[in-house]
Design a protein around this ligand. Structure first.
Ligand code: NI
Length: 430
């Protein structure tokens, strides 16, 4: 299948290509075949099977939600206005004990529908029932890196589950699904267990996905139990030697930023969840200034209540500016990079995902510029980050497949998904 997207204003997020007005983007199979300047002829003999009109629209790489627990869509709004430990241990975990694999499948499709509608093409997940989640990812057409959340001595979940997920789903859907080893945190896993997770990730050749330093309580408890911060403990147990996705990093102490900046992985900032659970504001501007890779996530929809990355980006920018009393902190261009190339790096896919460039996966989003709140647009990055809303996203491709066109979902039966979700949460009614 050859598809041409002609005439859009393209935010390539590629350092060489930059922004291109009226560009011609050719998609062949899963990949971007070429990105041409306005008016340039198509490659000799290259005829598109179909053409999408890009005029009056902005084309950019698909947004990436680099930290979520996607079936928690079913617990959206279930326990609001509580601090993390009460929210998690007294409300969320007991409810999660009543979830089934089929609930997780439908909860994931619900999240996939929400994310595709918000221009999100890929996400990193940590949860249980990851095989059901993987099936939903494959059915939805999305891209995801999945990790079976490992809580020692809590809900069942062990390293055999990780091997099972890896054996059955690594590379599935022509590479759309990848897997990670996902120990939940230093407060739910022992150092010995974290070491086993690190060596399993090395053995399987996959990344690690972990929550670190989300709250001051977590950091203080870790200091008193282990004599070091969660970040230092992660380093000591080998968790930060390979590719590791560190979710949160809100309460960082002396030395933590240096450790995170030196790791080959990425930090994922979750501004809505951190603010709503009153965890605090992560030092994102400092992490970036010191050379860390930072991506954006929403966290689960039970803490953030939405999986919207445009909204996360805006919250991130505003919080950094306000907290640092610095209007120049986290400018629009940086926020968009976090949501695209940063997200791809967090998922370990930076070499072929996150840019509109030849050879990259055709994970693409067309945004309408023809709406009152988007006019005028002096700087398209500013328009996307500070003004655009999820419902300005018109058309979405993942790996060359059109998954939403003119706001119609093509891979998900939305009516059925909403009905299943409503039916399945009846057991949580209070
Ligand atoms: Ni989380």
């Amino acid at each position: 299948m050859r598809l041409l997207i002609d005439g859009a204003l393209v935010l390539t997020m590629d350092p060489v290509l930059g922004e291109m007005a009226g560009a011609r983007v050719g998609v062949e199979g899963q990949d971007i075949a070429f990105v041409l300047q306005q008016g340039q002829p198509l490659p000799t003999g290259w005829k598109p099977d179909r053409t999408l009109d890009g005029r009056g629209r902005l084309l950019m790489p698909g947004l990436i939600n680099a930290h979520t627990h996607v079936p928690m869509t079913l617990l959206r709004g279930y326990a609001d206005d509580l601090p993390l430990h009460t929210w998690l241990f007294d409300h969320v975990m007991p409810a999660e004990g009543r979830l089934t694999a089929e609930d997780a499948y439908w909860g994931t499709l619900l999240g996939a529908a929400e994310m595709i509608r918000a221009g999100i093409t890929a996400f990193a997940d940590m949860y249980f029932f990851e095989d059901a989640i993987a099936r939903a990812v494959l059915d939805s057409g999305m891209r995801a890196s999945l990790g079976r959340g490992l809580v020692e001595g809590g809900a069942p979940g062990n390293l055999e589950d990780v091997r099972f997920l890896h054996r059955n789903f690594e590379g599935a859907g022509d590479g759309r699904v990848t897997t990670m080893v996902a120990p939940h945190s230093v407060y739910t896993c022992s150092p010995a267990f974290l070491e086993r997770c690190a060596s399993l990730a090395g053995e399987l050749g996959v990344g690690i996905h972990v929550h670190l330093s989300e709250t001051t309580r977590e950091v203080e408890e870790c200091l008193s139990t282990h004599g070091m911060t969660p970040v230092a403990l992660a380093k000591k147990t080998g968790l930060l030697e390979g590719h590791t996705l560190v979710a949160h990093a809100v309460d960082l102490r002396e030395g933590d930023v240096d450790i995170l900046a030196a790791t080959p992985g990425a930090v994922v900032h979750n501004p809505q969840s951190n603010q709503k659970l009153a965890s605090g504001i992560a030092p994102v501007a400092e992490l970036l200034a010191r050379g860390a890779t930072v991506a954006l996530g929403t966290d689960g929809a039970s803490s953030a209540n939405t999986l919207d990355i445009l909204e996360a980006g805006r919250w991130a920018a505003y919080a950094q500016k306000a907290a640092g009393r610095d209007a120049a902190a986290l400018p629009a261009r940086t926020v968009l990079a976090m949501a695209t190339t940063g997200g791809a790096a967090a998922l370990g896919l930076a070499d072929h995902v996150g840019r509109v460039a030849p050879g990259f996966q055709a994970d693409l989003v067309l945004v309408s510029l023809d709406r009152p709140h988007l006019v005028p647009s002096y700087d398209p990055c500013s328009t996307v980050v500070y003004t655009a809303r999820a419902d300005d996203v018109e058309t979405v491709l993942v790996a060359g497949q059109v998954v939403m066109e003119k706001r119609a979902l093509l891979t998900i039966d939305e009516e059925r998904v909403l009905a299943e979700a409503r039916e399945r949460v009846r057991k949580f009614a209070r």
